[in-house]
Write a protein that binds this ligand. Structure first.
Ligand SMILES: Cc1cn([C@H]2C[C@H](O)[C@@H](COP(=O)(O)OP(=O)(O)O[C@H]3O[C@@H](C)C(=O)[C@@H](O)[C@H]3O)O2)c(=O)[nH]c1=O
Length: 190
């Protein structure tokens, strides 16, 4: 398992080993013991799986507020997507900054998203599946969103001229500057 820091040091790219043979490959997609060896002791309690029929589908930018804030470990089960996180921990040295990583079935990469970050992605292929572990259960009353195209964040989704497929909730999401932001920086995660 390779663990790499991104430009936001709390956000990690994790690439589990793949053991290939004539049949294909085998991979431990998550191991609490191996994560602990890298100082990651997040307790995950829910796995999510979503399917997006069309390339250019954007889901995000989402978060859950305390007391049900979620860290996430994200991977692509089928197809290809660009996964994005935004640091919204007030007082963080990287507040308002975003990082993105291409996750695909081929590259097997995973993104670790700490608590206090917005999360979203755009699919790059039709029929893309995302699978992710969450450190708290779904809590609709704590569900929140920020506009994927918030100009203060300035994410380069590489959509070109195409109009993304969006949910009604995401199309109506507020800007970060208008959010009642519940997150405060409490020091680095690791
Ligand atoms: C997120 C979630 C949704 N749902 C339900 C609510 C709703 O009826 C339906 C679709 O929900 P959404 O439109 O919020 O799904 P989606 O837009 O895919 O939301 C997800 O986006 C990505 C980027 C994340 O990071 C996730 O945490 C989550 O917010 O599924 C659950 O039952 N459990 C869950 O954990």
């Amino acid at each position: 398992m390779i663990v790499e820091r991104t430009a936001i040091p709390d956000v990690l790219v994790i690439t589990p080993a793949r053991f290939g043979d004539d049949r294909g490959f085998f991979s431990e997609s998550w191991s609490a013991r191996k994560m602990a060896e890298h100082g990651l002791d997040t307790l995950f309690v829910q796995d999510n799986h979503s399917f997006s029929a069309k390339a250019g589908t954007v889901r995000g930018l989402h978060f859950q507020s305390p007391p049900h804030a979620q860290a996430k470990l994200v991977r692509c089960g089928r197809g290809r997507l660009f996964d994005v996180v935004v640091d919204i921990r007030r007082g963080s040295p990287t507040y308002g900054k975003w990082v993105g990583e291409e996750l695909s079935f081929e590259n097997g990469k995973q993104l670790f998203v700490p608590v206090g970050f917005l999360h979203g992605f755009v699919t790059r292929e039709d029929g893309t599946e995302i699978v992710y572990k969450c450190s708290d259960y779904y809590a609709p009353d704590c569900d929140g969103a920020v506009r994927y195209d918030d100009p203060d964040i300035g994410i380069d989704w590489k959509l070109g001229d195409s109009v993304p497929v969006l949910s009604g909730k995401d199309a109506a999401a507020p800007l970060l500057r208008d959010l009642q932001n519940p997150f405060v920086f409490e020091g680095a995660v690791q």
